[in-house]
Design a protein around this ligand. Structure first.
Ligand code: 13P
Ligand code: SF4
Length: 348
Protein backbone atom coordinates (compact mmCIF):
# COMPACT_ATOMS: atom_id res chain seq x y z
CA UNK A 1 0.00 0.00 0.00
CA UNK A 2 1.11 3.51 -0.85
CA UNK A 3 1.22 5.99 1.96
CA UNK A 4 1.58 9.72 2.19
CA UNK A 5 2.91 11.63 5.18
CA UNK A 6 0.88 13.62 7.70
CA UNK A 7 3.15 16.69 7.66
CA UNK A 8 2.47 19.99 9.48
CA UNK A 9 1.52 21.48 6.08
CA UNK A 10 -1.02 18.72 5.46
CA UNK A 11 -2.41 19.14 8.99
CA UNK A 12 -2.80 22.89 8.49
CA UNK A 13 -4.31 22.66 5.00
CA UNK A 14 -6.86 20.04 6.00
CA UNK A 15 -7.85 21.41 9.43
CA UNK A 16 -11.00 23.07 8.04
CA UNK A 17 -12.03 19.77 6.46
CA UNK A 18 -11.59 17.89 9.70
CA UNK A 19 -13.97 20.42 11.31
CA UNK A 20 -16.72 19.04 9.06
CA UNK A 21 -16.26 15.44 10.13
CA UNK A 22 -14.99 15.77 13.69
CA UNK A 23 -18.21 14.34 15.14
CA UNK A 24 -17.96 11.15 13.08
CA UNK A 25 -14.20 10.57 12.54
CA UNK A 26 -12.11 10.22 15.74
CA UNK A 27 -9.10 12.57 15.83
CA UNK A 28 -6.70 9.60 16.04
CA UNK A 29 -7.94 8.44 12.63
CA UNK A 30 -7.59 11.77 10.86
CA UNK A 31 -3.80 11.51 10.24
CA UNK A 32 -4.46 8.38 8.16
CA UNK A 33 -7.01 10.21 5.96
CA UNK A 34 -5.61 13.74 5.77
CA UNK A 35 -2.59 13.09 3.46
CA UNK A 36 -4.87 11.41 0.90
CA UNK A 37 -7.46 14.17 1.21
CA UNK A 38 -4.80 16.82 0.68
CA UNK A 39 -3.21 15.03 -2.29
CA UNK A 40 -6.56 14.32 -3.95
CA UNK A 41 -7.71 17.93 -3.69
CA UNK A 42 -4.44 19.07 -5.30
CA UNK A 43 -4.72 16.44 -8.04
CA UNK A 44 -8.27 17.52 -8.83
CA UNK A 45 -6.98 20.99 -9.68
CA UNK A 46 -4.09 19.67 -11.77
CA UNK A 47 -6.31 17.27 -13.70
CA UNK A 48 -9.33 19.61 -14.06
CA UNK A 49 -11.36 16.91 -12.32
CA UNK A 50 -14.42 16.75 -10.10
CA UNK A 51 -15.51 14.00 -7.76
CA UNK A 52 -19.14 12.91 -7.67
CA UNK A 53 -19.96 11.03 -4.48
CA UNK A 54 -23.06 9.07 -3.62
CA UNK A 55 -24.63 9.55 -0.18
CA UNK A 56 -23.31 6.09 0.86
CA UNK A 57 -19.65 7.07 0.60
CA UNK A 58 -17.68 7.31 3.83
CA UNK A 59 -17.46 10.76 5.49
CA UNK A 60 -13.81 11.38 4.55
CA UNK A 61 -14.82 11.00 0.88
CA UNK A 62 -18.27 12.57 1.13
CA UNK A 63 -17.31 15.66 3.16
CA UNK A 64 -13.61 16.10 2.37
CA UNK A 65 -12.93 15.40 -1.33
CA UNK A 66 -16.32 15.33 -3.11
CA UNK A 67 -17.43 18.30 -5.21
CA UNK A 68 -20.95 17.08 -5.84
CA UNK A 69 -22.89 14.70 -3.59
CA UNK A 70 -26.36 13.26 -3.74
CA UNK A 71 -28.69 10.45 -4.62
CA UNK A 72 -28.59 8.77 -8.03
CA UNK A 73 -30.89 11.42 -9.52
CA UNK A 74 -28.81 14.35 -8.32
CA UNK A 75 -25.58 12.75 -9.53
CA UNK A 76 -27.07 12.09 -12.98
CA UNK A 77 -28.29 15.69 -13.18
CA UNK A 78 -25.10 17.28 -11.94
CA UNK A 79 -22.77 15.24 -14.14
CA UNK A 80 -24.15 17.12 -17.14
CA UNK A 81 -23.49 20.52 -15.59
CA UNK A 82 -19.79 20.29 -14.82
CA UNK A 83 -17.12 21.95 -16.98
CA UNK A 84 -14.42 19.60 -15.66
CA UNK A 85 -12.73 17.31 -18.19
CA UNK A 86 -12.46 14.39 -15.78
CA UNK A 87 -15.21 13.02 -13.54
CA UNK A 88 -14.38 10.53 -10.79
CA UNK A 89 -17.37 8.48 -9.66
CA UNK A 90 -17.22 7.70 -5.97
CA UNK A 91 -20.17 5.37 -6.15
CA UNK A 92 -20.92 2.16 -8.00
CA UNK A 93 -20.45 1.12 -11.60
CA UNK A 94 -23.96 1.82 -12.89
CA UNK A 95 -23.61 5.41 -11.66
CA UNK A 96 -20.35 5.83 -13.57
CA UNK A 97 -21.98 4.37 -16.69
CA UNK A 98 -24.90 6.79 -16.38
CA UNK A 99 -22.40 9.63 -16.12
CA UNK A 100 -20.55 8.43 -19.23
CA UNK A 101 -23.84 8.09 -21.12
CA UNK A 102 -24.73 11.70 -20.29
CA UNK A 103 -21.20 13.05 -20.79
CA UNK A 104 -19.64 10.90 -23.54
CA UNK A 105 -16.93 13.46 -24.27
CA UNK A 106 -15.61 13.44 -20.70
CA UNK A 107 -13.19 11.04 -19.07
CA UNK A 108 -15.11 9.12 -16.40
CA UNK A 109 -12.98 7.32 -13.83
CA UNK A 110 -14.18 4.47 -11.65
CA UNK A 111 -11.73 3.91 -8.75
CA UNK A 112 -12.75 0.24 -8.48
CA UNK A 113 -14.38 -1.46 -11.45
CA UNK A 114 -15.69 -4.24 -9.18
CA UNK A 115 -18.01 -1.85 -7.32
CA UNK A 116 -21.23 -3.36 -8.68
CA UNK A 117 -24.81 -3.64 -7.44
CA UNK A 118 -27.03 -6.66 -6.77
CA UNK A 119 -29.92 -4.98 -8.58
CA UNK A 120 -27.85 -4.27 -11.69
CA UNK A 121 -26.71 -7.92 -11.61
CA UNK A 122 -30.28 -9.21 -11.43
CA UNK A 123 -31.30 -8.47 -15.02
CA UNK A 124 -29.83 -8.55 -18.54
CA UNK A 125 -30.82 -6.90 -21.82
CA UNK A 126 -32.05 -10.32 -22.99
CA UNK A 127 -34.35 -10.50 -19.94
CA UNK A 128 -35.87 -7.14 -20.87
CA UNK A 129 -36.51 -8.30 -24.42
CA UNK A 130 -38.23 -11.37 -22.91
CA UNK A 131 -40.47 -9.15 -20.76
CA UNK A 132 -41.44 -7.12 -23.81
CA UNK A 133 -42.43 -10.31 -25.67
CA UNK A 134 -44.49 -11.47 -22.70
CA UNK A 135 -46.27 -8.09 -22.33
CA UNK A 136 -46.41 -6.61 -25.84
CA UNK A 137 -46.92 -2.84 -25.99
CA UNK A 138 -46.40 -2.31 -22.24
CA UNK A 139 -43.77 0.39 -21.58
CA UNK A 140 -40.62 -0.53 -19.69
CA UNK A 141 -39.63 1.69 -16.75
CA UNK A 142 -36.11 0.87 -15.60
CA UNK A 143 -34.53 1.78 -12.29
CA UNK A 144 -31.15 3.43 -12.89
CA UNK A 145 -29.51 0.65 -10.86
CA UNK A 146 -28.98 -1.30 -14.09
CA UNK A 147 -26.36 -1.70 -16.81
CA UNK A 148 -26.25 0.58 -19.86
CA UNK A 149 -27.35 -2.40 -21.99
CA UNK A 150 -30.52 -2.80 -19.90
CA UNK A 151 -31.23 0.94 -20.01
CA UNK A 152 -30.86 0.78 -23.81
CA UNK A 153 -33.78 -1.69 -23.96
CA UNK A 154 -36.00 0.61 -21.86
CA UNK A 155 -38.51 3.34 -22.59
CA UNK A 156 -37.63 5.49 -19.61
CA UNK A 157 -35.46 5.30 -16.50
CA UNK A 158 -36.32 6.27 -12.95
CA UNK A 159 -34.59 6.62 -9.61
CA UNK A 160 -35.97 6.04 -6.13
CA UNK A 161 -36.53 9.81 -5.97
CA UNK A 162 -38.81 10.08 -9.00
CA UNK A 163 -40.17 6.56 -9.66
CA UNK A 164 -43.80 7.46 -8.91
CA UNK A 165 -43.64 10.65 -11.01
CA UNK A 166 -42.04 8.76 -13.91
CA UNK A 167 -44.69 6.00 -13.88
CA UNK A 168 -47.54 8.56 -13.68
CA UNK A 169 -46.01 10.65 -16.46
CA UNK A 170 -46.57 7.88 -19.01
CA UNK A 171 -50.37 8.12 -18.96
CA UNK A 172 -50.83 4.33 -19.30
CA UNK A 173 -52.68 1.64 -17.30
CA UNK A 174 -49.76 -0.79 -16.97
CA UNK A 175 -46.00 -0.63 -16.91
CA UNK A 176 -43.18 -3.16 -16.70
CA UNK A 177 -41.09 -1.95 -13.77
CA UNK A 178 -37.59 -3.45 -13.51
CA UNK A 179 -35.59 -4.72 -11.72
CA UNK A 180 -36.33 -3.76 -8.08
CA UNK A 181 -39.38 -5.71 -6.96
CA UNK A 182 -39.73 -3.87 -3.65
CA UNK A 183 -39.45 -0.44 -5.24
CA UNK A 184 -42.07 -1.70 -7.73
CA UNK A 185 -44.38 -2.70 -4.86
CA UNK A 186 -43.84 0.69 -3.25
CA UNK A 187 -44.68 2.53 -6.49
CA UNK A 188 -47.76 0.31 -6.94
CA UNK A 189 -49.02 1.57 -3.57
CA UNK A 190 -48.64 5.21 -4.69
CA UNK A 191 -50.30 5.07 -8.11
CA UNK A 192 -53.31 3.59 -9.93
CA UNK A 193 -51.03 2.24 -12.68
CA UNK A 194 -50.66 -1.57 -12.66
CA UNK A 195 -47.02 -2.48 -12.00
CA UNK A 196 -45.48 -5.63 -13.45
CA UNK A 197 -42.37 -6.36 -11.39
CA UNK A 198 -39.11 -8.29 -11.73
CA UNK A 199 -37.62 -10.26 -8.82
CA UNK A 200 -34.48 -8.17 -8.28
CA UNK A 201 -33.53 -7.02 -4.77
CA UNK A 202 -30.94 -4.82 -3.13
CA UNK A 203 -28.78 -7.09 -1.00
CA UNK A 204 -28.39 -4.30 1.57
CA UNK A 205 -32.00 -3.19 2.05
CA UNK A 206 -33.61 -6.63 1.81
CA UNK A 207 -31.91 -7.58 5.10
CA UNK A 208 -33.91 -5.14 7.24
CA UNK A 209 -36.96 -6.56 9.02
CA UNK A 210 -40.13 -5.00 10.39
CA UNK A 211 -39.37 -6.67 13.77
CA UNK A 212 -36.07 -4.79 13.90
CA UNK A 213 -37.87 -1.48 13.33
CA UNK A 214 -40.51 -2.29 15.94
CA UNK A 215 -37.90 -3.23 18.50
CA UNK A 216 -36.25 0.21 18.13
CA UNK A 217 -39.61 1.92 18.34
CA UNK A 218 -40.35 0.15 21.61
CA UNK A 219 -36.91 1.03 23.04
CA UNK A 220 -37.21 4.78 22.42
CA UNK A 221 -40.12 7.12 23.25
CA UNK A 222 -39.28 9.49 20.47
CA UNK A 223 -37.81 8.12 17.26
CA UNK A 224 -38.38 8.91 13.59
CA UNK A 225 -37.85 5.88 11.39
CA UNK A 226 -37.12 6.75 7.77
CA UNK A 227 -36.58 4.09 5.14
CA UNK A 228 -35.33 3.67 1.58
CA UNK A 229 -37.95 2.24 -0.84
CA UNK A 230 -35.63 -0.66 -1.73
CA UNK A 231 -36.67 -2.19 1.64
CA UNK A 232 -39.30 -4.95 1.79
CA UNK A 233 -42.97 -3.84 2.03
CA UNK A 234 -43.45 -4.74 5.72
CA UNK A 235 -40.38 -2.64 6.60
CA UNK A 236 -41.74 0.34 4.66
CA UNK A 237 -45.12 -0.10 6.37
CA UNK A 238 -43.38 0.15 9.76
CA UNK A 239 -41.51 3.37 8.82
CA UNK A 240 -42.64 6.98 9.35
CA UNK A 241 -41.27 8.20 6.02
CA UNK A 242 -40.07 6.58 2.81
CA UNK A 243 -37.75 8.30 0.34
CA UNK A 244 -34.60 8.29 -1.72
CA UNK A 245 -31.33 8.90 0.10
CA UNK A 246 -31.54 12.65 -0.68
CA UNK A 247 -35.17 12.78 0.41
CA UNK A 248 -34.18 11.11 3.70
CA UNK A 249 -31.54 13.80 4.26
CA UNK A 250 -34.07 16.48 3.47
CA UNK A 251 -36.46 14.91 6.00
CA UNK A 252 -33.87 15.32 8.76
CA UNK A 253 -33.11 18.92 7.73
CA UNK A 254 -36.78 19.92 7.63
CA UNK A 255 -38.07 18.05 10.67
CA UNK A 256 -35.09 18.29 13.06
CA UNK A 257 -36.02 15.00 14.75
CA UNK A 258 -34.56 14.43 18.21
CA UNK A 259 -33.66 10.89 17.24
CA UNK A 260 -33.69 9.14 13.88
CA UNK A 261 -33.15 5.64 12.54
CA UNK A 262 -32.22 5.69 8.85
CA UNK A 263 -33.13 2.31 7.43
CA UNK A 264 -30.41 2.21 4.81
CA UNK A 265 -26.66 1.89 4.24
CA UNK A 266 -24.35 2.69 7.18
CA UNK A 267 -22.44 5.70 5.89
CA UNK A 268 -25.63 7.70 5.35
CA UNK A 269 -26.08 8.22 9.08
CA UNK A 270 -22.44 9.25 9.50
CA UNK A 271 -22.67 11.79 6.68
CA UNK A 272 -25.95 13.24 7.86
CA UNK A 273 -24.85 13.26 11.51
CA UNK A 274 -21.87 15.41 10.51
CA UNK A 275 -24.34 17.90 9.00
CA UNK A 276 -26.98 17.76 11.77
CA UNK A 277 -25.12 17.18 15.05
CA UNK A 278 -28.19 18.07 17.14
CA UNK A 279 -30.03 14.94 15.97
CA UNK A 280 -29.20 11.59 17.58
CA UNK A 281 -28.70 8.83 15.01
CA UNK A 282 -29.58 5.29 16.03
CA UNK A 283 -27.31 3.22 13.84
CA UNK A 284 -28.35 -0.29 13.08
CA UNK A 285 -27.42 -0.41 9.41
CA UNK A 286 -26.20 -2.67 6.65
CA UNK A 287 -23.02 -2.10 4.67
CA UNK A 288 -23.06 -2.01 0.88
CA UNK A 289 -19.93 -4.02 0.03
CA UNK A 290 -19.86 -2.43 -3.43
CA UNK A 291 -19.95 1.18 -2.25
CA UNK A 292 -17.28 0.31 0.29
CA UNK A 293 -14.81 -0.70 -2.44
CA UNK A 294 -14.24 3.02 -3.02
CA UNK A 295 -11.48 4.46 -0.84
CA UNK A 296 -9.37 7.62 -0.71
CA UNK A 297 -6.40 5.61 -1.93
CA UNK A 298 -8.40 4.27 -4.89
CA UNK A 299 -9.52 7.78 -5.82
CA UNK A 300 -5.94 9.03 -5.56
CA UNK A 301 -4.67 6.21 -7.79
CA UNK A 302 -7.41 6.81 -10.36
CA UNK A 303 -6.59 10.53 -10.53
CA UNK A 304 -2.86 9.84 -10.73
CA UNK A 305 -3.07 7.35 -13.58
CA UNK A 306 -6.34 8.64 -15.16
CA UNK A 307 -7.60 5.08 -15.09
CA UNK A 308 -9.61 2.92 -15.09
CA UNK A 309 -11.94 4.74 -17.45
CA UNK A 310 -15.56 3.76 -17.99
CA UNK A 311 -16.52 3.22 -21.62
CA UNK A 312 -19.95 2.50 -23.09
CA UNK A 313 -20.54 1.16 -26.60
CA UNK A 314 -21.69 4.09 -28.78
CA UNK A 315 -24.89 2.43 -30.03
CA UNK A 316 -25.93 1.24 -26.55
CA UNK A 317 -25.04 4.62 -25.12
CA UNK A 318 -27.26 6.46 -27.61
CA UNK A 319 -30.28 4.30 -26.81
CA UNK A 320 -29.67 4.34 -23.07
CA UNK A 321 -29.29 8.11 -23.15
CA UNK A 322 -32.80 8.46 -24.58
CA UNK A 323 -34.24 6.58 -21.58
CA UNK A 324 -32.18 8.60 -19.07
CA UNK A 325 -33.02 11.93 -20.70
CA UNK A 326 -36.73 11.13 -20.75
CA UNK A 327 -36.47 10.59 -16.99
CA UNK A 328 -34.58 13.85 -16.48
CA UNK A 329 -37.29 15.74 -18.38
CA UNK A 330 -39.96 14.32 -16.04
CA UNK A 331 -38.01 15.09 -12.90
CA UNK A 332 -37.21 18.64 -14.05
CA UNK A 333 -40.87 19.29 -13.36
CA UNK A 334 -40.51 18.10 -9.76
CA UNK A 335 -39.93 21.04 -7.42
CA UNK A 336 -37.43 19.20 -5.27
CA UNK A 337 -33.65 19.62 -5.66
CA UNK A 338 -31.22 17.59 -3.55
CA UNK A 339 -29.59 19.59 -0.76
CA UNK A 340 -25.81 20.08 -1.09
CA UNK A 341 -23.72 20.48 2.03
CA UNK A 342 -20.83 22.95 1.78
CA UNK A 343 -18.38 21.07 -0.43
CA UNK A 344 -16.78 23.01 -3.23
CA UNK A 345 -14.42 24.72 -0.81
CA UNK A 346 -12.90 21.28 -0.20
CA UNK A 347 -10.19 22.20 -2.69
CA UNK A 348 -7.16 23.09 -0.52
P1 13P B 1 -30.68 6.67 -4.19
O1 13P B 1 -30.94 7.07 -5.58
O2 13P B 1 -31.87 6.85 -3.28
O3 13P B 1 -29.48 7.36 -3.64
O4 13P B 1 -30.41 5.11 -4.15
C1 13P B 1 -29.33 4.51 -4.79
C2 13P B 1 -28.98 3.24 -4.20
O5 13P B 1 -28.18 2.50 -4.72
C3 13P B 1 -29.65 2.89 -2.96
O6 13P B 1 -29.28 1.65 -2.55
FE1 SF4 C 1 -26.93 -1.65 -5.14
FE2 SF4 C 1 -28.08 -1.95 -2.79
FE3 SF4 C 1 -25.51 -1.26 -2.91
FE4 SF4 C 1 -27.43 0.50 -3.61
S1 SF4 C 1 -27.06 -0.36 -1.59
S2 SF4 C 1 -25.53 0.06 -4.74
S3 SF4 C 1 -28.95 -0.88 -4.54
S4 SF4 C 1 -26.40 -3.21 -3.62
Amino acid sequence: MNSLAYTPKVAENTAHLYERVKDVIPSVEWPSHAPWVHAINELKRERNAVILAHNYQTPEIFHCVADIVGDSLALARQAENTDAEVIVMAGVHFMAETTKILCPEKTVLMPDMLAGCSLAESITAEDVRGMRKKYPGVPVVTYVNTSAAVKAESDICCTSGNAVAVVNSLGVDRVIFIPDEYLGFYVAGQTDVEIITWAGHCEVHERFTADELESYRSQYDEIDIIAHPECPPDVLAAADFVGSTAQMIRYVGENNPARVFMVTECSMSDNVAAQYPETEFIRPCNFCPHMKRISLEGIYNALTSISPTVEVDAEISKRARGAVERMLRVSEKQAYAAPQPELQSAVV
